[in-house]
Design a protein. Structure first.
Length: 421
């Protein structure tokens, strides 16, 4: 890729990666034909489709390109193979649905993005509270529902207090609780829009859920669920990528399906740098004056509705060419500054110490061969290439494909000089 002029035009973000994977897992809860729409063509959807297929479900694209049909059989094979699970951490969310439907499950320890350990102990503790006994051996986690109701294994509702408002932890317990006997209360639940999206899908299936989107979710278990149709909400992280890209290049981009109510903290920070963000009849618009440098800001990641950790690589890239010094603090995941060394190769002035990074804007970056360590870091390096002198080559671009549908094509549509090798 080569630097170009300001990005201009209109684009769509498409369905959210961090929602659709959980929605696909939720299809395991009910026998029959489920239809998901606004499903992005990304690698992680393909991987989750392979996981569901290994469990006995049928997964296929529907009549429309954005449609996914999941047909769940009466009998599942609740064992997820290592070669699939190790490719994607989000695959751990099949554990809750499998325990609820089958009474036992064996799942390999999950893999995924390379930004430090994220143990699943919280998932196991929460599901254990609902009546599951776990054992681990040979890289696998096996869970068996220890309680019997009406002659069959069945989870039992309970009060579950999460030690941290984990998104996937909340999703796992939420799905498991829908078929548990009695009422489950999830305290310190994640509040992300994607959790609400999952709850809406489960509600369409017949689940009884209140409080999704707050820190306290209550689920009244039902005997069975029915298949349903649901549209995936837009991907706020892809929206963020295009908002930042417009500001970096001094352009004007409208994201048709951008929802500002899902990203208030990010918008506040981008506006503080000098980017104009506005909701228009056409969509969410991001614009900046290319003749003036953006201003540095300080950022600290926090659980939603705070500043999302997935936004951070995009904003760090923006700060590398902004005027002044910005301090960025990572409060959620260890090791999520690994992409900084790649930005340094491009001339960025970034110093890291522990959970903090100090970013001194240099005005202009210089192209270099760099490597994508994870989905958002890969996208951030693409953005850096938009404002770097020379040709930037990004290896391991497969990480970008895990969460972005045709990112290079959409950027070309907006005027960027980006090609796939």
């Amino acid at each position: 890729m080569h630097p170009g002029g300001p990005l201009t035009g209109t684009v769509r973000a498409g369905g959210a990666k961090n929602s659709v994977l959980k929605l696909m897992a939720a299809c395991l809860l009910a026998e029959g034909r489920h239809v998901l729409t606004n499903v992005p063509h990304i690698a992680d959807v393909d991987t989750m489709a392979e996981v569901l297929t290994a469990l006995g479900a049928q997964v296929a694209r529907g009549e429309r390109p954005d449609q996914l049909v999941v047909t769940t059989p009466a009998e599942l094979t609740p064992e997820a193979p290592y070669e699939l699970v190790e490719r994607m951490r989000a695959s751990v969310v099949i554990l809750g649905p499998l325990l609820a439907r089958c009474g036992w499950a064996r799942v390999s320890m999950p893999g995924g993005d390379d930004f430090g350990p994220r143990p699943i102990d919280m998932h196991l503790h929460a599901l254990g509270t609902l009546g599951t006994e776990f054992s681990t051996s040979h890289g696998n986690v096996e869970g068996r529902v220890a309680t019997t109701v009406g002659g069959r294994p069945r989870l039992v509702g309970h009060r579950v207090v999460l030690e941290y408002p984990s998104h996937t932890g909340t999703d796992n317990v939420l799905m498991a609780a829908t078929l548990a006997k009695g009422t489950t209360v999830i305290e310190n639940a994640a509040r992300e829009p994607e959790v609400r999206d999952l709850a809406e899908f489960l509600g369409a299936m017949g689940a009884r859920i209140t409080g999704a989107g707050t820190s306290r979710i209550e689920v009244e278990g039902v005997e069975r669920l029915e298949p349903a149709t649901h549209a995936v909400l837009p991907d706020r992280l892809v929206v963020a990528t295009f908002l930042v890209a417009a500001g970096l290049t001094g352009g004007e981009v409208v994201v048709e399906d951008g929802r500002p109510e899902h990203m208030e903290m990010l918008i506040r920070k981008l506006e503080a740098t000098g980017i104009d963000i506005a909701l228009t009849p056409e969509g969410l618009r991001s614009a900046a004056d290319g003749s003036r440098r953006l201003r540095s800001v300080d950022v600290a990641t926090l659980p939603y509705p705070g500043f999302a950790t997935d936004y951070k690589p995009l904003v760090v890239t923006l700060l590398t060419v902004a005027d002044g010094v910005g301090i960025v603090t990572e409060n959620l995941f260890f090791g999520r500054f690994r992409y900084v060394e790649e930005l340094r190769r491009m001339g960025a002035d970034v110093r890291t110490e522990g959970h903090h990074a100090v970013v001194r804007g240099v005005g202009r970056l210089s192209a270099a061969p760099v490597r994508a360590h994870d989905v958002r870091a890969g996208a951030a390096l693409v953005l850096a290439g938009l404002v770097a002198d020379g040709e930037t080559v990004i290896s391991d671009a497969r990480h970008i494909d895990r969460g972005y549908e045709d990112l290079d094509g959409k950027l070309r549509h907006l005027g960027a000089h980006v090609v796939r090798a």
